[in-house]
Design a protein around this ligand. Structure first.
Ligand code: PLP
Length: 481
């Protein structure tokens, strides 16, 4: 494709994207395809001859669009928000269009230095001190794998040991809670600790936050039993109920035993843009690493995960490679981001954040986050006041955890398996209808429904419409029983 052909197709594609975004509210929220349907709409073999762009666009529309669950839809209340602000989409296009290669400072000085700049802007915007230095990973999952390797290396120096993991004399342990995102268990496994060495600490029965005294006791007991405490993953906004582990208390325990403390604020990091929310991670300055995703609630398009550490010397010691073909005369004077994480080749992700901040402005981003906090409070108040509805966890941010608990045939509250059946019946009915989308999840062994508010286009009117839909669907399902 020549630059001239690109210009013509590119203009058409931008028009198409703008139209597509405008009509999202008319689409069903959840993709209405059955398994295999998208794959079957494609030919079995790759095209051999060049085709034209208009035909490609038509196929994008007919084959791909039906298979998209519309997470930018104002009635999407599932998982966590995955906003993709159009300003950041432009940054993504610029990033691809520049065709850069990030394998060393020399391979694209601008890629390294813009990343340094935006990570520092984001540090300031979230109230972190100058002790932190950041980089951009693809996801919080990758950031957590990196953090767990850093924890392992601080406790063991595996990488300096020629037998690697085989030589470990005593098991190394990581602590978290059952509320932590599944990526934490995966990171612990991938970093070589083994699932048996991930210790889930007792949580508060209502807030689901880690109990620091239980953590301290578990660590003492492990030490007495010949195990080595190596890492703690503290959830600030755990996925199920947005539980907030008490960072300051946990950090004090981590410091006492020289344990690496990683703060996973994948979703809730966006809230730290608001000074009034920062008490939720009070004590964070004493952690060793922090990960959060602007690609969630804040709305810089995937993949934009910030990873901050205080001890970059340890990070580079663990992650660095220095083959002859990557050396240059700038070495020693510049940041080599390949030594700050797992991949060598890196994308110019910083452009997405820069475009987003420049074109939308932090004031409007903050106003939107505050709107969502208000909407979540409103919904929680409605549910708390309505007969048969229960709000199951504190609404720390923008997620409301609900159950509809109607009366059973004997006039008591529906419970057990019958309650599960009822919950799944009404939530699945809503999801299948395409009118709205919600994520059911399990809390205390029973199904519940998470309402995660925060899509860029979701206003109070949408949340009111959702509340109406929840009531009619749940009450209809109860009437059918
Ligand atoms: N941590 C928490 C609390 C999350 O909610 C999620 C995803 O929703 C993750 C980690 C993983 O994020 P990512 O998809 O960026 O790996």
């Amino acid at each position: 494709m020549t630059p001239e052909e690109f210009r013509e197709a590119g203009h058409a594609l931008i028009d198409w994207i703008a139209d597509y975004r405008q009509q999202i509210p008319q689409q069903p929220v959840r993709a209405q395809v059955s398994p295999g349907e998208v794959r079957q709409s494609f030919p079995g073999q790759a095209p051999t001859e060049a085709g034209n762009f208009a035909a490609l666009l038509r196929q994008l529309e007919s084959r791909v669009v039906p298979g998209i669950t519309q997470v930018q839809h104002p009635m999407h209340f599932g998982w966590f928000p995955s906003n993709a602000s159009l300003a950041s989409v432009l940054g993504d296009i610029a990033s691809s269009g520049l065709g850069t290669l990030g394998i060393s400072w020399e391979s694209c000085p601008a890629l390294t230095e813009v990343e340094e700049v935006v990570c520092d802007w984001m540090r300031q915007l979230t109230g972190l001190s100058e002790a932190w230095q950041g980089t951009i990973h693809d996801t919080a999952s990758t950031a957590c794998v990196t953090a767990m390797i850093l924890a392992r290396e601080r406790a063991s120096d595996f990488s300096k040991n020629h037998q690697g993991l085989q030589a470990v004399p005593r098991p190394l342990v990581v602590y978290s809670t059952s509320q932590a995102h599944s990526s934490i268990a995966k990171a612990v496994q991938l970093a070589g600790f083994g699932q048996d060495n991930l210790s889930y600490i007792e949580e508060d029965a209502y807030t689901r936050a880690m109990l620091p005294e239980a953590l301290a006791a578990a660590i003492e007991s492990d030490i007495a039993n010949g195990r080595v405490p190596a890492g703690i993953v503290c959830s600030v906004g755990a996925t199920g109920t947005t539980a907030m582990d008490p960072v300051a208390d946990i950090a004090a325990i981590a410091a006492r035993h020289n344990i690496w403390l990683h703060v996973d604020a994948a979703m809730a990091g966006s809230a730290m843009l608001l000074p009034e929310c920062r008490h939720l991670w009070q004590g964070v300055e004493a952690a060793d690493s922090i990960a959060w995703n602007p690609h969630k609630w804040m709305g810089t398009i995937l993949d934009t995960a910030l990873f901050y550490v205080r001890d970059t010397t340890h990070l580079e010691r663990v992650m660095s490679t220095n083959p002859a073909y990557l050396q240059s005369t700038a070495d020693g004077q510049v940041t080599q981001y390949r030594d700050w994480g797992i991949p060598l080749g890196r994308r110019f992700r910083a452009l997405k954040l820069w475009f987003h901040l420049h074109l939308d402005g932090i004031d409007s981003i903050r106003a939107r986050l505050r709107r969502d906090l208000d909407n979540a409070r409103w919904l929680a108040e409605q549910a708390a006041a309505a007969p048969d509805w229960q709000v199951l966890a504190p609404v720390a941010l923008q997620t409301v955890c609900l159950r509809h608990v109607p009366r059973d045939s004997r006039g008591g509250e529906l419970s057990g398996g019958a309650l599960d059946k009822h919950t799944l019946a009404w939530v699945n009915e809503i999801n299948q209808s395409g009118q709205a989308f919600l994520s059911p999840s399990i809390l205390d062994g029973r199904w519940m429904v998470r309402v995660s508010i925060g899509v860029e286009s979701t206003t109070r009117a949408h949340v009111e419409a959702l509340w109406q839909l929840l009531r009619t669907s749940a009450e209809r399902a109860a009437g059918r029983r």
